[in-house]
Design a protein around this ligand. Sequence first.
Ligand SMILES: [Ca+2]
Length: 215
Amino acid sequence: MLQHFSLYFPLFSPPADTEQTGGDLRKVIIDTDTGADDASALILAVKSGKLDILGVTTLVGNVDLEQSTRNALAALETAGSDAPVYNGSSERYKGKKIEAFSVFGSDGMGDAGIVNTTGKAEETDAIDFILETVKKYPNEVEIIALGPATNIAKAIEREPETMQKVKMIWSMGTAGFGHGNASPVAEFNTYADPDAYKIMLDSGINITMKRSNNR
Ligand SMILES: [Ca+2]
């Protein structure tokens, strides 16, 4: 069920009374179509010291899947994290191709030549990883969704009961009541795969939306 609708950013500013310490790190999966904004979020997530990043799952969105994975690996490497990265969806939930839509250059990182990672994604598929991890830590895992909801929708389709054990999905999605960035009214992550976003919203999983602060 939709718990909150919030109109502020960033994702990683917890309320003052929920600061985490020591071994009390929040278990998270970060789901990302990694362009420069998501790369910044990954670095902030690592450097916050508040999160146990169990894995990073990638998908097409701002860039294609291969570039998304490469950028995620580079961001984690830059931040000094060895969190594993898993390849996810290369097309929409219903099989249509998502046209990569980057406002950050052809590599999603400003074409600055800074993506030089030697790291590699894990062999395990992102959907398998999400489901295995939620089963391993029932009602403990939070998913930070920074891209289209395609991976999450596929996980819900495959094992809806398992996904009910996700503690919270933090979704960077929708334009709230403001202007969109993909159309005058639509925000990119919802616009890119609306069927997947609907499945996520209708799933009954606890969701907090954090709109993109575009305007
Ligand atoms: Ca994104």
